[in-house]
Each structure stands twice: as C-alpha cells, then as structure tokens.
Ligand binder design. Structure first.
Ligand code: SF4
Length: 63
C-alpha cells in the first residue's frame, strides 16, 4: 500500500527507520521520532521537513 503524502513533506524522516507516521483524529498526519524515547536530542515530533539529522538511519527496503 502506498504511503499517504504528508504536508509539509517529511524530508529525511520519510526514509528513516525511527520515524512513525501518526494520523490524528482529524486526519492530519505527522511524524513521531522513536529516537526521542531514549535520546533527548531528538524531538518527539520533529519540525518538518527534516533536512539534516544525526540520528537518521535508512529504513529497510520495502517498508
Ligand atoms: S532520527 Fe531524525 S530522521 Fe529519523 S525520524 Fe527521528 S528526526 Fe526523523
């Protein structure tokens, strides 16, 4: 299934294994950074688009 398009575009988070897409009850979409759970350097909800990030790790192919 295709990922829905986020507005604004998520930048690096779109391809990061630590990103989790959240859809609110009103249908807005945003990214939750799973790294924020263990590392305070990362915001729970990053400002999009993220263009540089020390925590970026590519998501597995096909995810
Ligand atoms: S580690 Fe960086 S690129 Fe990955 S989800 Fe968090 S903020 Fe986005």
């Amino acid at each position: 299934m295709e990922k829905p398009v986020l507005t604004p575009p998520p930048g690096l988070c779109d391809r990061c294994r630590h990103a989790r897409r959240i859809t609110s009850g009103r249908g807005s979409q945003f990214v939750l950074c799973e790294r924020s759970r263990t590392d305070p350097r990362f915001p729970r909800y990053p400002n999009l688009p993220v263009v540089t990030c020390a925590g970026f790790e590519p998501a597995p192919v096909g995810s």
